[in-house]
Design a protein around this ligand. Structure first.
Ligand code: ADP
Ligand code: ZN
Length: 525
């Protein structure tokens, strides 16, 4: 039953209160809701937790507003259907887990035109004939949730999303509204081009999440660093993201041995156990979920107090989406992201191994560079993060950099050594190679290139390779180095870099990383 079928038509604000129980729209919601009701095609980019769902759920309650929602995750879909029904909204879903009885009940409701919201998985829509059957069912619009899945440039491409534009045409539905938390310009343009037949109205909601505290640390002793972080947050619910399934189980066991209530979660787990762990996390207090990125999409728990990354995320979007699962209730929440050289090498290798065009591969490497820069940033993290989403802001005063947890000291000499190594090897090698040159490691490649004979070879023996790699990344983060044009992961000098090399300007290094260098052996007094 459409809620507005009463004598007085209900306004969106009335419905927000009477159906959803909320007193006011959150920033951004109302404009999107208005545009949707006005029949416009909409692409809304809103950060995780900002309340995207209302933007398609609420308009669906109005007359002539019945909506097909395309959503990539079946678990998420079933959750939403249950939530809608609890609110007294007629909703159903068609997906591969629906029983025959459910499916036929859903079809009856579709034929009776009683549904306000029909949730569909994209692979269902791809079933021949289904779109035709639905085309006669009076739906007003298609809402595409997690719309970045349509873009091969996004971090979560789903082949089933590819044909959605054709599906809308087959359905004879003109209005498409799309939602995503992924916001960089390339992905946005790609979504607009692939999903809409004409320019959509784009809503960009601020990405700032002032209640999230952002903190990064170079990985030196992963377990100890995470244990320290958790020990200060006993009794809070939180998520620790890991790059591998095995690590989720190892770390969960380790945290449990320290007295935390920790559960593992990854896609390779037996379904029953995985669901139990997820349910515990959702329902109990103070559970630490140790998970791969499979965990989280659609996990709607407002009071997650912290998110930690045991390993470096693959992109700024993925990073922000993951840390964004903390503090959805608006109360302070903390994050810690560990990053290391091995992470960087692994991610680069993954990009190289993917089947991509050269152009896409270059874009992926650049994307990853942005994540590296965020990790190595020496000034406000939030500012750097928002700048990535093309949002200007002032220093936040709360992140690790703003709070001076990261001490800077003069590193001009080190910078000059590293820049000289870049210049003398022809401006095309990556951090690992340059670090070898600086440390005087005569690898076969270095010998073959004759780089064991240059002046900079061994000029940085007082530091280890990890320290040099970090210094090189910091130079990159500061814009003193840029990507070499022809070699992936290779560096060339920028104007700033040349200036530093010639003694024209100083360079500040992060102390935390300087300490990582093995101290020179000290003589006993
Ligand atoms: P997103 O999909 O953007 O990550 P959701 O739609 O899941 O976010 O909403 C996040 C949380 O915010 C949910 O718990 C939802 O119930 C709540 N919420 C959404 N809109 C409002 C509002 N106007 N007032 C209060 N809470 C809201
Ligand atoms: Zn800051």
């Amino acid at each position: 039953q459409a809620v507005s079928r009463r004598s007085e038509p209900a306004t969106p604000r009335d419905l927000l209160k009477s159906v959803f129980g909320y007193d006011a729209f959150r920033p951004g919601q109302e404009q999107v809701v208005d545009a949707v009701i006005a029949g416009k095609s909409v692409l809304a980019v809103m950060p995780t937790g900002s309340g995207k769902s209302i933007c398609y759920q609420l308009p669906a309650l109005l007359d002539e507003g019945a909506t097909i929602v395309i959503s990539p995750l079946i678990a998420l879909m079933r959750d939403q259907v249950a939530q809608m029904r609890q609110l007294g909204i007629e909703a159903a879903s068609l997906n591969s887990l629906s029983s025959d009885a459910e499916t036929s009940a859903t079809w009856n409701a579709i034929r009776a035109r009683s549904l306000r919201l029909l949730f569909l998985s994209p692979e269902r829509l791809a079933i021949p004939g289904l779109a035709e059957r639905l085309s006669r069912a009076g739906f007003a619009r298609i809402a595409v949730d997690e719309a970045h899945c349509i873009s091969e440039w996004g971090h979560d491409f789903r082949p089933d999303y590819r044909d959605l534009r054709n599906v809308a045409q087959t359905l004879g539905i003109g209005q498409v509204i799309a939602f995503t938390a992924t916001a960089d310009k390339a992905t946005r343009d790609d979504i607009a081009a692939r999903l809409f037949s004409s320019e959509p109205e784009v809503f960009l909601h601020s990405f700032d999440r002032p209640n999230l505290q952002l903190r990064f640390a170079a990985k030196d002793q992963q377990r100890r660093q995470l244990a320290d972080f958790l020990s200060k947050r006993r009794g809070d619910s939180g998520i620790v993201y890991c790059a591998s399934r095995k690590k989720t189980e190892d770390l969960a066991a380790y945290f449990a041995s320290l007295g935390h209530t920790a559960v593992a979660y990854h896609a390779g787990m037996e379904q029953g156990l995985r669901n139990r762990n997820q349910d515990r996390f959702l329902q109990e207090d103070g559970i630490v979920a140790v998970a791969t990125v499979a965990f989280g999409m659609g996990v709607n728990k407002p009071d997650v107090r912290f998110v930690a990354h045991a390993d470096m995320p693959g992109s700024v979007e993925a990073y922000y989406q993951e840390v964004g699962r903390a503090g959805r209730d608006g109360l302070p929440a903390e994050t810690l992201t560990l990053y290391g050289l091995e992470d960087m090498a692994l991610r680069r290798r993954q990009i190289d191994e993917r089947e991509l065009s050269e152009e896409q591969r270059r874009i992926e490497h650049r994307r990853f560079d942005s994540m590296v820069m965020l990790c190595e940033a020496a000034s406000c993290r939030r500012q750097a993060l928002l700048a990535y989403f093309e949002e200007a802001s002032e220093p936040c005063g709360r992140c690790d950099c703003c709070r001076n947890e990261i001490k800077l000291s003069d590193g001009t000499i080190e910078a000059q050594k590293a820049l000289s190594a870049v210049a003398r090897t022809g401006q095309r090698f990556g951090a690992a190679y340059l670090a070898d040159v600086l440390c005087g490691v005569a690898s076969d490649t270095i010998k073959r290139n004759g780089h064991d004979a240059i002046k900079t070879f061994g000029a940085g023996r007082e530091r280890n390779k990890a320290a040099w790699s970090s210094i090189i990344r910091q130079l990159f983060a500061a814009g003193a180095l840029v990507n070499a044009s022809h070699e992936y992961g290779g560096f060339a000098l920028s104007e700033t870099g040349l200036d530093i090399l010639r003694g024209g300007r100083p360079f500040q290094l992060r102390e935390a990383l300087q300490q990582k260098a093995t101290p020179a052996p000290r003589k006993a007094r």
